[in-house]
Design a protein around this ligand. Structure first.
Ligand SMILES: Nc1ncnc2c1ncn2[C@@H]1O[C@H](COP(=O)(O)OP(=O)(O)OP(=O)(O)O)[C@@H](O)[C@H]1O
Length: 337
C-alpha cells in the first residue's frame, strides 16, 4: 500500500534523513522508533507530503505523494506531535472546520462530525472551547481531525506524548481500534507501546533505518548467540560438572534467586552458537545425568536491549537482516554526507 523508496531529506549541517526504504501493507500497525533527533518527525512529514524530499519518493498505491499531492493526501491522515488546534473554536466548530478543509462533502459533514464525536469519546464536549480541554481530550480531538476524511493511511507522531498513564491507555486503545480500519504508522519513545500495539517495528538512528521486523522476531535476531535459562534441582558443583565440557553451550550459574540454596535449586544461563537451538540435546544431557528440570526458557533480547544496541555509538555495526529485510547501508550510518 505504501512504498517509501530512497527517501532523503538533507538539512543544513548534513542533518535529516537518508535513503529510507520500506513498505507497508494494508492493515499493518507499524511502530517507528528512534532516539531524539533520529529523523522520525522528518520522515513522517515527508511521507505525508508536508515536506518535499531532497531525493526519493513515497507512493501510496503507486501514486506519488509529492507529485499528486492533493489527490493522495486526501487518503492520508496525519496527527503531528503538536496538533494545530484552534483554541478559540469549540470542539464541533473545529471538526467542522477540518471537515471542510479535508473536502468532506457538505451534506455528510454533520453525520461525520457526530460519528467522530462518539468514536473518540468527545460526547458532551461538543460546545466546549478547545483551550479548556485537557491534554488527553485535545489529543482525541486531534485524532478525530486526522481521520475525519476516512483516510486509508494514518500517520501519528508521538500520539501519547505528554499524557498521564490513564490517558496513555485510553489513546492506545483508540489507536488499536483505529488500526482495525486504517493502516497506521506511529512514532513513539515508549517501547512497550510498540510491543502491545504494533505488528511491525522500524528503528531509525541518525537518519538511517537500522531495523525492520516484527516485535516477536526481532527478539530472536539471527546474529545473537542462542541463550537458554534453566532452573534445575540438585547440587551446584554436580550440575556444573555436567556442563564443564558440554559441546553445545557454556554454562554460567545465575545468582538471582536468594532462596536457591535453601530450595536446592540452581539457575543456569547457557550460551551457545547463534542459530543453533540446543534445547533438545540439553534435555537429553540433563535426563542422562538424572537432573530434574524445573524450568527451561529461551532468552530473547528485549525490544529495549535491541533499541539500545542499535542506537548507541556503535549503532548498526554488524546488523543482520531481520525478516529478510536488509538493515540499511552501514557505511552511511551517522550524519548524512
Ligand atoms: N527544518 C529543519 N531545519 C534544519 N534541521 C532540521 C529541521 N527539521 C529537523 N532538522 C534536523 O533533522 C534531524 C531529525 O529531526 P527530527 O525532528 O525528524 O527528529 P525526531 O526523531 O522526530 O526527534 P524527536 O524524537 O526529538 O522529536 C535533527 O538533527 C534535527 O535537528
Amino acid at each position: 500500500m505504501l512504498e517509501v523508496n530512497q527517501l532523503s531529506k538533507r538539512f543544513e549541517g548534513g542533518r535529516g534523513v537518508g535513503e529510507l526504504n520500506f513498505s507497508m501493507q494494508r492493515g499493518e500497525i507499524v511502530g517507528f522508533l528512534g532516539p531524539n533527533g533520529a529523523g522520525k518527525t522528518t520522515s513522517m512529514r515527508l511521507i505525508t507530503g508536508y515536506l518535499q524530499p531532497t531525493k526519493g519518493q513515497v507512493l501510496l498505491d503507486s501514486i506519488s505523494v509529492h507529485d499528486q499531492g492533493r489527490r493522495v493526501r486526501s487518503r492520508i491522515g496525519y496527527l503531528p506531535e503538536n496538533p494545530p488546534l484552534y483554541h478559540d473554536m469549540t470542539v464541533s466548530g473545529y471538526l467542522s472546520f477540518v471537515a471542510s478543509l479535508r473536502d468532506v462533502p457538505a451534506r455528510g459533514q454533520k453525520v461525520r462530525i457526530s460519528e467522530m464525536i462518539s468514536r473518540l469519546g468527545l460526547n458532551g464536549r461538543e460546545r466546549q472551547l478547545v483551550r479548556s480541554l485537557s491534554k488527553g481530550y485535545k489529543q482525541r480531538l486531534g485524532l478525530a481531525g486526522a481521520i475525519i476524511h476516512k483516510p486509508d493511511l494514518l500517520v501519528l507522531d508521538e500520539p501519547t506524548s505528554g499524557l498521564d498513564p490513564n490517558q496513555i491507555l485510553e489513546i492506545r486503545e483508540l489507536i488499536r481500534e483505529l488500526g482495525e480500519q486504517h493502516t497506521v504508522l506511529l512514532s513513539t519513545h515508549i517501547l512497550p507501546e510498540v510491543s502491545t500495539l504494533c505488528n511491525r517495528v522500524l528503528i531509525i538512528n541518525q537518519g538511517k533505518l537500522v531495523l525492520d521486523g516484527s516485535p516477536d522476531s526481532i527478539g530472536g535476531r539471527g546474529d545473537e548467540p542462542f541463550k537458554v535459562v534453566v532452573e534445575l534441582k540438585g547440587e551446584e558443583s554436580r550440575i556444573q560438572s555436567v556442563f564443564s565440557a558440554w559441546e553445545h553451550a557454556s554454562a554460567e550459574v545465575l545468582k538471582d534467586n536468594p532462596e536457591a540454596e535453601v530450595q536446592g535449586t540452581v539457575r543456569l544461563l547457557l550460551t551457545g552458537r547463534s542459530g543453533e537451538d540446543f534445547r533438545e540435546p540439553l534435555f537429553y544431557q540433563l535426563s542422562e545425568a538424572g537432573i530434574p528440570v524445573l524450568e527451561m526458557k529461551k532468552e530473547n533480547m528485549s525490544l529495549e536491549q535491541i533499541f539500545q544496541k542499535l542506537t548507541t555509538s556503535e549503532a548498526s555495526a554488524g546488523l543482520a537482516p531481520v525478516d529478510g529485510k536488509e538493515a540499511q547501508d552501514e557505511e552511511n550510518a551517522g550524519h548524512l554526507s
